[in-house]
Design a protein around this ligand. Sequence first.
Ligand code: GLU
Length: 392
Amino acid sequence: MLRCIAKRCLEACMGKLMSDPFASARLIVIKVGSALLVDPAGGALRRGWLRALCADLAALAAKGHQLIVVSSGAIALGRRKLGLKSGALRLEESQAAASVGQVQLAEAYADGFEAHGIVASQVLLTLGDTEQRNRYLNARATLKTLLDLKAIPVINENDTVATAEIRYGDNDRLAARVASMMGADLLVLLSDVDGLYTADPTRHADATHIPDVPAITTQIESMAGESVSGFGRGGMASKIAAARIATAAGCDVLIARGKDDRAIDALRNNGRHTRFHATTTPAQARKRWIAGVLKPEGTLIIDAGAAKALLDGKSLLPAGVRQIDGRFERGDAVVVKDQQGREIARGLTAYNVEDAERIAGKRTAEIEAILGYRGRDEMIHRDDLALTVTAS
Ligand code: GLU
C-alpha cells in the first residue's frame, strides 16, 4: 500500500516536472514582440500585461533560473509619442521613434521588475555585437556579470544607430544570437500563436498543432506561413530561422502564445507550445565554434605548468605564457601550444598582441601596473577555451 502511494507521488512529481517546460533550463532567454507589448489600436503600452509578465519572470528567477529578456516595442511606442502617423515609416523616422520609445520601454521593465525586488538593466546591441568576436567578448562578459549580480538584462537592437533597414522579426534573430552567445539552454519566443501548425491555422481549419520538432527540415520550414498581425511582420518564418540558429547552438526553443496575461505561468502549467529540440549542448557548440570555425590569428606558447592547468579545465593566466607569435586583436582566436610545439587548445584572447607580449610571464596582480589599466585576470578565460588534445 505504502509503496503504491510512494509510486503515485513519484509519478505525480515526475508528471509535474515533465510538464514544466522550464524545469531543466539554467539560463532562459525570453523574446517579447511589439504585438504583445503595444496595443495595436492606439499604440499604448499594455501596462497590465507587462506587469503580469514581470511577475511571472520574477517567479522563475525565484526558482533559480537566470533570465534575459529580448524586447521589441521601442519603435511602436516612440511613434505614438512623436505623433507619427500610421503606415510605413522612413528609416530615419523609425530610428527617431526607437530612441524615444526605448526610454519608455526600459522604464516600464525597470518598474515591473522593481515591484519584485529585481534590478533590470538595459542593453542595446547590434547584430554585429553578437556575431563579431571582438565585440562579442565584451557583450558576453557584461551580460554574464549582470546575471551573476542577479539583474535581468532587457535587450533590444540598437535601432537608432543601425545602418540596415529595421525589420520586425530582426529581434527573433537577435534573441537567437544572444541565446547562442550566452550558452542559454532555452529560448522562449512569445508569439501571437501557440506554436507551429501544419498550415496557417487562421486560414486552414484542418491545420494541426505540432508539439515537438526534433529537427528543422525543409518540410518544417515550408509550414511557416506569413504572420497576419499588423506589428509582427516577422511571422513564423523568422521564428523558425531563429530556432535554427539557437538549436544549432545547443538551445531548445519554445514558441508559445504570449498575448494573454500570465503567458509564462500558463506555459509552466501545461500551456500549449511547440518545442524545437537542440541538436547539441551549448558547451559543445561553443567549443566546436572556437576550435573549428574561427581562423586563428596567432599562437601562444605556454609552459608545462600552464599546460597542465588547461588540461585540468582551468583558464590560461599570463604567467604561463612563454612566447607569442602572430598579430591579433582582443577577442581573436589563437592557438595554444606547449614548448614542444604540440597544440593543446584554441581560444579567444582577452588581450591584443602588444598587451599580451607585455604581460606574458607576469603575475595577474602585476597586469594593472604594467598596462596602466585593469584588464582581465586571464589571458584566455576557460569559457573561451576549447581543448584540442585530451588529457592523457
Ligand atoms: N527593435 C524594434 C523595436 O524595438 C523591433 C524589431 C522586431 O520587432 O523584431 O521596435
